[in-house]
Design a protein around this ligand. Structure first.
Ligand code: ADP
Ligand code: MG
Ligand code: MG
Length: 913
C-alpha cells in the first residue's frame, strides 16, 4: 500500500462509517442507487442511476461510492471488500453485455469517470476505451470492420492513461503525434490512417516505458484498478484542492468513480456525440441549445479540434434521434425542475444518454429561468429566490454585448475572469495601450492582449477597455487586478496564441494584428471577432426587479453602501442602498485643491496655525457633506472622522530626500529648498515603524481635538443647511479605532459640544447619533462599557480581521497562498468573514453592547459587507445592517433575503450548486 494521503489527525476527522455497500450497479432498466444519493454516488453517478431508473437509454455500468475514496485517503488504498464488490459488479456488467472486459471477439470496453457531489472541473480527466490492449484492439478492428477506428481508440487510451494515471506529461505524447502528422503531411488528426496510427501506438508504448520504466499494462483488470485509484488520488491534486477552496467545498467529501460500458460516436456517419442545455445558459431563453459532431468521440466536442455543429442540424440529419433527445431532455428538466446540462452519444443511429446535471448559467439566465419556471408551475416563488446566486447579480450592473444585430463568431473561450463587456482595437503592450487609447475627445477603446499580465502592465490595463490573456487562471494577475478595477477580462484563453514579438494573435487559423477589432464577454469568457455594440448596465431590469420583489419581503438586515462622494451615493441609492454605512472623510482631503491646506495643517507646529489651516478646509468639507446628505435625503449617513495616519498626506520621505539632494547640487539657492527642508523634517517626525498600529483613528482626534472639531462643525453646519431646504438628514458620526471607553467619551464630548454650538448658532437642531467603529479586539471585549457612550457600533471588519489575526492586509499575500494550500486557512479571511474568530468577537461585542444599550444599532462595513456568506453570518448574529461598496448592494440584498428566507421557510439554502 502507498503512504496515506491524510495525516493521522486529519484521518480522525473523516467519518469512518462502515459502508457495507461500496458499489452500485446501473443497467438493464434499473439501478441500485437513485438521484438523491449525491453524497454516495456523486452528481454524475446519481444522475446515471436516476436516468436508468427512469427507463432512459443509458449504457450500463457501476459506481464505486465516495466512502471508498475516503478509505483511500485514510489508508492509501482501498479494502479487499471494495475490490471484491467491484469484480462482482464487473462480472454482472459482462453478463448483461455478453462481453468480457478486453477479451474475446467482442471485447467489453469501459470509461472510467470521476464524479463528486459537486461538479469539479479540477479533477481527473475521464479515461475512455479502457480494456483495449494489443489483442483486443485487433478484435475491435475486426468487429467494427474499421481498423482505423480501433487503432485510434487504442492510441487515445494509451495517451489518456499515460497522462492521467501514469502522470506522464501530455507533451511527451503530443511530440510523437505531431511528428507523425508532419512526417505524413497530415493536416488534421483524422488524416492519419490506420497504419500511421499503429506506428503512433508503438511509439507511445516507448514513451510509457521510458517515463515509468514499465510497459503499458496489457491486463484490462489491472488497467481498471489503476484508473480507479488514480481517480481517488485526483481528489487531492492541486487543481482540485484549489477549486474546492474557491467554491467552498468540503475537502472530506471524496469522489465517486463511475465505470461504464463504452458506446462509440466515432463508428462512422451514423454515429456522433454532443452536449446541450434545455435552455440557453447565457440568456435563459427557452430554446433547445447545444452542439454535436458526427463521427466523433466524447471529448472532441469540447476540445475544439473540429468545430461542432448547432444541435438544430441534428434535426435534419437524424430527425428521429433529435425528437427522442428533445423528449428525453424535456422530461429530465421536468423531473429535476431545473435547467439541465446533458451529454449524449449516438452509436449507429441509436441514442444514449451519458450525463445530466443542473446546468451552470449566467446571472441573467438564472433570473430569467427562475421566473419562467415559476410561470410554468415548475417551481414556487420561494424556490425561485434561491435559484440565483447573489454574486451573479453583478451581471446586471455591467455592460454586455448586443448580439442581436451582428453575426457572432466566437474565436475562443477563456475564463470569465471579470464580468462585463469590452469592445476595442487590439494592442499588445501596455505602452501601445496608452499610446492608442487617447484622451478625452480622441478617446479610443483598446483591448490589451497578452500571454499574461504582470505588475509592469498596470498603466496599460488602466487605459484599456478590456484585457485578454491566453494563459493564467481566475486568480492570475490579470483576473485579480481587473476585478478590482471593475474592468472586463477574459483570462487563460488557451486556444489563442499571442506572439508579442510579431505583434500578432493567432487563433482558429486566423491572424489578428494591432488595430483589429475584437469584442470580449467577461461574463461567459468568450472572445468574439469584430466590433459588436454594447448594451448598458441595467439595474432596473424588470426581471431582476421581479426576483428581488419575491426575495425582499423576507429580508431583515438593512443594506447600506460605503460611499465617500455624492456620485457614489446616488449610484448606491439606485441599486437600493438604504443609507450610507461608511463615508470616509479623508478621501475628501486628497483632492488637488485641498492637499495644500491639509499639509499646512499637518506642518503647523502650534494649535493656532493648525486652526487657521483647518478653517480653510471647513467650507470644502461642508460642501462635500451637503452633497452627500442631499443624495441620501431621508436615509442615515454614517460619517467617520479622520482615520489614516497623517504621513499619508505628505510626500514620501525617499522622494523628498532625492529632490532636496538634487536641488542642493544644482540650484542651492532655490527657494524651493526652504520649503522642502521643513517638510522633510516633519515627514521624519511623523515616520512610524508600524503605521497601521500607530498614530491614527481616534488617536488623531484625541491628540489634535481641533481636527474632530472642524469635522463635526462641517457635518452639523451641512446638516442644518440642507434641513432648512427640507432635506431629511440623519448624520451618524463615527469615531474610528477606539479601544477604551475614555477614548470614546473624549471624542463624543467634542462632537456633542460642537453640535450644540452649531444648533445654537443656526437656531435649528437635527437628530444625530455618535457611535464608534469596533476594529480592535479590546473594543469588542469592553463593548459593554463603550456602549455607554456609543449609540451605535459598526464593525470595521477589515481592520478587525487584521488586528484579530495580527495579519497586515497589505502583506498577507506572502503567507496566504501557503496557508490556503496547506489547508491552515480555508479561505482568505479578508474576503470571507472568519466566523470562528472575528465572528465570535462580533457576536460577543453585539451582545455586550446591547446589554448596556438595548437599542444599540449594529452593522458592519468593510469588504465583507457584500460577500454572501458573511452577510448570512450578520443575519444570523442579529445585526441591523451591512454596508458594502455600491456595486455589491444588490448582492448583499439578495444574500440577506436568502438568509432570512432560509430561516423562515426552514429550507437549507435551496440553492443549486
Ligand atoms: P467530464 O466530467 O469532464 O464531462 P465525463 O466523465 O462526463 O467527464 O466524460 C468526458 C467525455 O467522455 C464526455 O463527452 C462523455 O460523454 C464521454 N464519455 C464518458 N463515458 C462514456 C462512455 N461510456 N461512452 C462514450 N462516451 C463516454
Ligand atoms: Mg461530462
Ligand atoms: Mg479601519
Amino acid at each position: 500500500m502507498a503512504t496515506p494521503i491524510l495525516s493521522e489527525t486529519e484521518s480522525q476527522l473523516v467519518p469512518s462509517k462502515s459502508a457495507a455497500k461500496y458499489v452500485y450497479f446501473f443497467g438493464g432498466g434499473k439501478a441500485d442507487g437513485n438521484g438523491k444519493m449525491k453524497d454516495e454516488l456523486g452528481g454524475k453517478g446519481a444522475g446515471l442511476a436516476e436516468m436508468t431508473n427512469a427507463g432512459l437509454p443509458v449504457p450500463p455500468g457501476f459506481t464505486i461510492q465516495t466512502e471508498a475514496c475516503r478509505e483511500y485517503m485514510r489508508h492509501g488504498g482501498v479494502s479487499e471488500e471494495v475490490n471484491r464488490q467491484m469484480e462482482e459488479a464487473l462480472a454482472h456488467l459482462e453478463e448483461l453485455q455478453k462481453q468480457k472486459l478486453g477479451k474475446g471477439d467482442n471485447p467489453l470496453l469501459v470509461s472510467v469517470r470521476s464524479g463528486a457531489k459537486f461538479s469539479m472541473p479540477g479533477m481527473m480527466d475521464t479515461i475512455l476505451n479502457l480494456g483495449l490492449n494489443d489483442q483486443s484492439v485487433q478484435a475491435l478492428a475486426r468487429r467494427s470492420n474499421n481498423p482505423r477506428f480501433a487503432a485510434d481508440s487504442y492510441r487515445r487510451l494509451i495517451q489518456m492513461f499515460g497522462n492521467v494515471v501514469l502522470e506522464i506529461p501530455k507533451s511527451a505524447f503530443d511530440e510523437v503525434f505531431d511528428a507523425k502528422k508532419k512526417h505524413k503531411k497530415a493536416k488534421l488528426d483524422t488524416d492519419l490512417d490506420a497504419k500511421a496510427l499503429k506506428e503512433v501506438i508503438e511509439e507511445y508504448k516507448k514513451v510509457v516505458k521510458k517515463h515509468v520504466k514499465r510497459d503499458f499494462p496489457q491486463d484490462p483488470h489491472e488497467q481498471l484498478v489503476m484508473a480507479r485509484d488514480a481517480v481517488f488520488r485526483s481528489w487531492q491534486n492541486e487543481r482540485a484542492k484549489h477549486y474546492r477552496r474557491i467554491n467552498n467545498i468540503d475537502d472530506m467529501l471524496g469522489t465517486a468513480v463511475n465505470v461504464q460500458a463504452m458506446v462509440f460516436g466515432n463508428l462512422g456517419e451514423t454515429s456522433g456525440t454532443g452536449v446541450g442545455f434545455t435552455r440557453n445558459p447565457a440568456t435563459g431563453v427557452k430554446e433547445f441549445y447545444g452542439e454535436f459532431l458526427m463521427n466523433a468521440q466524447g471529448e472532441d466536442v469540447v476540445a475544439g479540434i473540429r468545430t461542432p455543429v448547432h444541435i438544430s442540424e441534428l434535426e435534419k440529419i437524424m430527425p428521429q434521434v433529435y425528437q427522442q433527445l428533445h423528449e428525453i431532455t424535456t422530461r429530465l428538466e421536468q423531473h429535476y425542475r431545473d435547467l439541465q446540462d446533458f451529454e449524449f452519444t449516438i452509436q449507429d443511429g441509436k441514442l444514449y444518454m451519458l450525463q445530466t446535471r443542473n446546468g451552470k448559467r449566467t446571472g441573467r439566465a438564472a433570473v430569467r429561468v427562475a421566473i419562467q419556471m415559476v410561470d410554468e408551475g415548475l417551481i414556487t416563488k420561494d424556490e425561485a429566490i434561491f435559484r440565483v446566486e447573489p454574486n451573479q447579480l453583478y451581471d446586471f450592473l455591467v455592460p454586455r454585448l448586443d448580439e442581436k444585430k451582428t453575426k457572432v463568431e466566437v474565436l475562443a473561450t477563456g475564463l470569465p475572469a471579470s464580468p462585463g463587456a469590452a469592445v476595442g482595437q487590439i494592442v499588445f503592450t501596455a505602452d501601445e495601450a496608452v499610446e492608442k487609447a487617447g484622451h478625452a475627445a480622441k478617446k479610443n477603446p483598446v483591448i490589451l492582449v497578452r500571454a499574461e499580465t504582470t505588475p509592469e502592465d498596470i498603466h496599460g490595463m488602466v487605459v484599456a477597455a478590456g484585457i485578454l490573456t491566453s494563459r493564467g487562471g481566475m486568480t492570475s494577475h490579470a483576473a485579480v487586478v481587473t476585478r478590482g478595477m471593475g474592468k472586463c477580462c477574459v483570462a487563460g484563453a488557451g486556444d489563442i496564441h499571442v506572439d508579442e514579438k510579431r505583434r500578432e494573435m493567432q487563433v482558429k487559423g486566423q491572424v489578428f494584428r494591432q488595430g483589429d477589432w475584437i469584442s470580449l464577454d467577461g461574463t461567459t469568457g468568450r472572445v468574439i471577432k469584430g466590433k459588436l455594440d454594447t448594451l448598458e448596465a441595467s439595474p432596473d431590469d424588470p426581471e431582476l426587479q421581479t426576483i428581488m420583489g419575491w426575495a425582499e419581503p423576507f429580508r431583515k438586515l438593512k443594506v447600506r453602501a460605503n460611499a465617500d462622494i455624492p456620485r457614489d451615493a446616488i449610484q448606491a441609492r439606485a441599486f437600493g442602498a438604504e443609507g450610507i454605512g461608511l463615508c470616509r472623510t479623508e478621501h475628501m482631503f486628497f483632492a488637488e485643491d485641498r492637499i495644500p491646506h491639509m499639509r499646512a495643517m499637518i506642518l503647523a507646529n502650534n494649535e493656532k496655525d493648525r486652526r487657521a489651516a483647518l478653517k480653510k478646509l471647513l467650507p470644502m468639507q461642508r460642501s462635500d457633506f451637503i452633497g452627500v446628505f442631499k443624495a441620501m435625503d431621508g436615509l442615515p449617513v454614517t460619517i467617520r472622522t479622520l482615520d489614516p495616519p497623517l504621513h499619508e498626506f505628505l510626500p514620501r520621505r525617499e522622494d523628498l530626500m532625492v529632490e532636496i539632494a538634487v536641488l542642493e547640487a544644482t540650484k542651492p539657492k532655490s527657494s524651493k529648498l526652504k520649503e522642502l527642508r521643513p517638510l522633510l523634517r516633519r515627514v521624519e517626525e511623523l515616520h512610524e515603524f508600524n503605521p497601521m498600529l500607530g498614530h491614527r483613528g481616534c488617536r488623531l482626534g484625541i491628540t489634535y481635538p481641533e481636527i474632530t472639531e472642524m469635522q463635526a462643525r462641517a457635518i452639523f453646519e451641512a446638516a442644518v443647511a440642507v434641513a432648512k431646504d427640507g432635506v431629511k438628514v440623519h448624520p451618524e458620526v463615527m469615531i474610528p479605532l477606539t479601544a477604551t471607553l475614555k477614548e470614546m467619551a473624549n471624542q463624543a464630548g467634542v462632537v456633542n459640544r460642537v453640535a450644540q454650538e452649531v444648533f445654537k448658532e443656526k437656531g435649528m437642531t437635527v437628530p444625530y447619533m455618535v457611535g464608534t467603529m469596533i476594529e480592535l479586539p479590546r473594543a469588542a471585549l469592553v463593548a459593554g462599557e463603550i456602549a455607554q457612550e456609543a449609540q451605535f457600533f459598526s464593525f470595521g471588519t477589515n481592520d478587525l480581521t487584521q488586528t484579530t489575526f495580527g495579519f497586515s492586509r497589505d502583506d498577507v499575500n506572502k503567507v496566504l497562498p501557503t496557508y490556503l494550500a496547506e489547508g491552515i486557512l480555508k479561505q482568505d479571511p479578508f474576503a470571507v468573514l472568519d466566523r470562528e474568530g472575528v465572528g465570535q468577537l462580533i457576536k460577543m461585542a453585539t451582545e455586550r453592547g446591547r446589554k448596556t444599550r438595548a437599542d444599540l444599532k449594529v452593522g458592519i462595513c468593510g469588504e465583507h459587507g457584500g460577500e454572501p456568506s458573511s452577510v448570512e453570518f450578520c443575519h444570523q448574529t442579529g445585526l441591523n445592517y451591512v454596508s458594502c461598496s455600491p456595486f455589491r448592494v444588490l448582492t448583499a440584498r439578495l444574500a440577506a433575503a436568502q438568509a432570512a428566507a432560509t430561516d423562515k421557510l426552514k429550507v437549507e439554502g435551496g440553492r443549486t450548486k
